[in-house]
Design a protein around this ligand. Structure first.
Ligand code: 9MR
Length: 853
């Protein structure tokens, strides 16, 4: 950050003032009036010490925090000043107040820019307009003006376009002083002792955070009712950058007795009550998955299955809906219509997006893929219309979305055949509330993109191996679609979605799809075992690069999805051990971030991103996978501590999951869970995750109430705060995945399994399995489980009774070999029926429910 001495700033100010070019109402005076100079600061983050949020730019440039300044490379060849803009919105102006506006600006090479304070929408009335001549060495500029209007959301803008050649703009110390003290929103953060209000696992780590001015350790007391059950000393942690609070941490992990009504006391404060409850995450897993059914498009939501949430089918062609049974393209994009009914609504809007649908359906399928050995997912557990059809409900729910993904593929014979349309949504934004079946907007298909095409390729390839045991025809349809999509993406590797295509729905643009190529190649390889895809995986820069960003992964960063699956799904990949080691390295990185954070957050960039809770969860997915691969307790403990943040151990002292904890998000931005706007409508269902703190605060409610917020405070549980408090299908998917992980971390057993294939012929094989007891106690009666991918099936067995249900194979002892003495082993075998595609040897075996390592 550049701070010229005060006398220089004032001297330059007097010299540099440029009168406003047009608006009669504005006045510019040489030098600040004393009142304005002393008035309150209206600009948020004008010093760029911790990043660039909430400043924004037009899509043709990128904001950089460069040595404490904001900088942007301005492209050449634009015609008008407003073709390239850097700005900040939401600046309140008070009529007849005099303001002093100042900044330090640099141009390389020198250029004249436009500095404006104006109405943020047509007719863009200018209250201050100046033309600073920016130089390479930089100057401080100061202007004063009197506001002719009361306006809650003026815009400060630097218009930088109109140059034939490119140049670099940098700015610092942007300040607008004067007017009224900003309306400070003071959230009710309750007691200063912050705990996981939903509860802790009796056997897991238990950490809390105390907010206090004290710098010395203080005593904490854990109580159950009025009885003190444990005491200890806090650990002072200093000032936490993510909240601006001085904090101590508290570790009460020694207490393990299950029960309700625990409280934690320290520094004269008593936390909200919590439980030690082994069943907590089992319930959360179910609720996080149940979120999806009432998010469905194209089907009536039955009140009998979701009491209080029943509603007519949305977008099935009944007026006033206009689709989605035959949806045309946006004008000029294509000359056909597609039947794209079904799928899940993306978020609180009625849009359906292939890129975001991709990561969501993938994480649901991955949750199943991780747990299928155990047969952990049952038919009937989610209360959906398909319950009872013989297929695990989680797969039925995933299929609802996957069918939609398939329907977005461009038909043969059309331009871009095999690619996927990027998205389908309303032609214009609609207001809240609006139930899906009442949406009157025209629905439109947006152009195909390489990113959407690769999301389709990846998820369809994964669906092919997972659905094969349940519905071979659906699996085959997916594999064919995945191959077509892959070929189409290779033919058009850089068809990007337009970042400006954000009217009526989100843009979801992504200018780098090399990560999507890697993910799709990984899924195609794992399903088919084919050399072409293996070579693509091995040649990708994402295969060995450090992809473990501190900011986590999401719909636009998908290399991590490929890397995680290559680590966990059995295959013959030559460098598989290195891939697995890289997951542990990533998890260690997130653990280090978490350990340094006094709120136990495994995510801590200087400014929090849109949907930060999702990024926190995805970093936890990496830690959880490291636990699956290594069995090391530190990774599981890290995941549990991360859950504490989401469920109440945070600066706002609130849970971000509806229905979990005494104070929890309940007004997430949604057009149909709009209880805050219409008492006849419900709140979001239990288990709905809010996006969470977002330093960018792009919506007007957040801008009015949260200006200048430290990252953890950039959140408000208001239905209109769409940038901090939306719900989405891709945020609930890691919540479901992680809660399944912590609900059921499979314990390790002292055993070793050797699985040997003896003979292989075109449609069959024989295998022999040896189970060795490596422990010190005899095993008396055994059941061994594993899973078969891709449609392989067991046939006749010997020395064990062997059955298969869906993907899960179960081998049980016979009466004569039920006992395995310490150091001893049993061997059994079977014939099997092969299936096309990859044929890896199973790797995960459960002996009497515990994992053999
Ligand atoms: O989740 C998306 C986030 O990563 C982006 O930064 C943001 C702005 O482009 O958009 C988010 O996605 C929204 C989408 O554009 C429209 N539907 C609601 C999504 C969640 O807020």
């Amino acid at each position: 950050m550049i701070r010229p001495p005060a006398w220089l700033a004032l001297a330059v100010a007097a010299a540099m003032v440029t009168p406003p070019s047009s608006p009669a109402a504005a006045t510019a005076a040489p030098g600040p009036s004393p009142a304005a100079a002393d008035g309150p600061e209206q600009i948020v983050n004008g010093t760029f010490d911790t990043g660039t949020a909430p400043w924004w730019s037009t899509a043709n440039t990128t904001l950089e925090a460069d040595g404490g300044r904001l900088c942007a490379d301005v492209p050449g060849g634009t015609a008008n000043p407003w073709d390239v803009i850097v700005g900040q919105n939401g600046i309140p102006l008070v009529k007849d107040e005099t303001y002093r506006y100042s900044f330090f600006g640099v141009a390389t090479p020198g250029r004249v820019a436009k500095a404006l304070i104006q109405l943020p929408a047509d007719p863009y009335t200018q209250y201050l307009s100046a033309n600073p001549e920016l130089s390479v060495s930089g100057n401080a500029y100061t202007y004063t003006f009197t506001s002719p209007v009361d306006l809650p959301d003026a815009q400060v803008a630097f218009q930088l376009g109109g140059s034939a050649t490119p140049w670099r703009f940098c700015v610092d110390d942007v300040s607008l002083r004067g007017g009224a003290e900003p309306d400070v929103h003071r959230p009710d953060t309750g007691p200063r002792v912050r705990v996981n209000m939903a509860g802790y696992l009796p056997t897991g780590p238990k950490n809390a955070t105390l907010v206090t001015d004290r710098t010395e350790a203080v005593t904490w007391r854990l109580k159950k009712g009025s009885a003190v059950v444990a005491t200890g000393a806090t650990t002072p942690r200093g000032v936490d950058g993510s909240s601006g609070q001085n904090v101590h941490s508290i570790d009460f992990g020694s207490v393990t007795a299950p029960g309700t009504g625990y409280t934690l006391e320290a520094d004269g404060e008593t936390s909200r009550p919590f439980d030690l409850d082994g069943g907590l995450y089992g319930r959360l897993r179910t609720d996080a998955l149940k979120f999806y059914y009432p998010q469905r498009s194209g089907i009536e939501i039955l009140d009998s299955l979701r009491p209080g949430y029943g509603r007519p089918a949305g977008h099935v062609g009944a007026a006033p809906n206009q689709g989605d049974t035959s949806v045309p393209c946006r004008p000029g994009v294509c000359d056909y219509s597609l039947d794209v009914r079904g799928g899940w609504y993306d978020a609180g809007d009625h849009g359906k997006y292939v890129v975001n649908g991709g990561v969501s359906v993938h994480q649901l399928m991955s949750e199943f893929e991780r747990g299928m050995t155990k047969g952990a997912f049952e038919d009937g557990e989610l209360d959906i219309p398909e319950s009872g059809n013989g297929v695990p409900d989680i797969l039925d729910e995933a299929r609802w979305e996957q069918e939609f993904m398939l329907s977005m593929q461009v038909p043969d014979g059309r331009p871009h055949a095999g690619m996927a349309h990027h998205k389908i949504h309303d032609a214009s934004w609609t207001g809240l509330p609006l139930l899906p079946h009442l949406d009157p907007q025209r629905r439109e298909l947006h152009p195909p993109s390489t990113a959407a095409t690769l999301n389709l390729a990846a998820t369809a390839a994964q669906a092919a191996r997972l659905f094969a045991p349940y519905d071979a025809a659906f699996a085959a349809r997916n594999l064919a679609a995945a191959r077509r999509a892959w070929a189409a993406a290779v033919a058009e590797p850089a068809r990007y979605a337009d970042p400006a295509d954000g009217v009526g729905g989100g843009a979801y643009s992504d200018g780098d799809v090399t990560d999507e190529f890697y993910w799709a190649a990984a899924e195609l390889y794992l399903t088919t075992g084919e050399k072409e895809f293996r070579d693509q995986v091995l040649a990708s820069p994402h295969h060995t690069g450090d992809i473990w960003r501190e900011r986590g992964f999401d719909w636009g960063n998908t290399a991590q999805l490929g890397r995680l699956d290559l680590a966990t799904v059995p295959s013959e990949l030559p460098d598989r051990a290195a891939v697995q080691a890289s997951v542990l390295a990533g998890a260690d990185k997130y653990l280090a971030v978490q350990r340094a954070h006094p709120y136990g957050l495994p995510y801590n960039p200087p400014d929090f991103d849109w949907g930060s809770n999702n990024l926190v969860l995805n970093n936890m997915v990496v830690m959880a996978t490291a636990h699956d691969l290594s069995g090391q307790a530190k990774y599981r403990d890290g995941v549990l501590e991360g859950m504490d943040y989401l469920l109440g151990r945070n600066a706002l002292n609130q849970s971000y999951v509806t229905g979990y904890g005494e104070v929890a998000s309940r007004n997430q931005h949604s057009r149909w869970y709009a209880h805050q706007l219409d008492a006849a409508l419900p709140n979001p269902p239990r288990g709905t995750l809010a996006g969470g703190p977002n330093s960018g605060i792009q919506d007007p409610v957040a801008q009015a109430k949260l200006r200048g917020c430290k990252p953890q405070f950039c959140y408000i549980d208001d239905i209109e705060s769409w940038s901090t408090n939306e719900l989405t299908i891709n945020w609930n998917s890691p919540l479901a995945w992680i809660s399944a992980f912590v609900a059921d971390v499979t314990p390790a057993a002292p055993c070793k399994v050797t699985y040997t294939r003896h003979g292989v012929w075109p449609d069959g094989f024989t295998a022999q399995v040896t189970v060795r007891n490596t422990g010190t106690e005899a095993v008396d009666g055994w059941t061994l489980k594993w899973s078969f991918l891709g449609g392989r099936r067991v046939g006749d067995g010997w020395s064990a009774s062997i059955t298969q249900e869906g993907a899960t194979v179960t081998a049980e002892n016979l009466s004569w070999n039920r006992r395995i003495r310490p150091g001893g082993s049993v061997t059994f075998g079977f014939t099997g029926r092969s299936a096309p595609g990859a044929d890896p040897v199973p790797e995960r075996f459960l002996l009497n429910g515990a994992l053999c390592r």
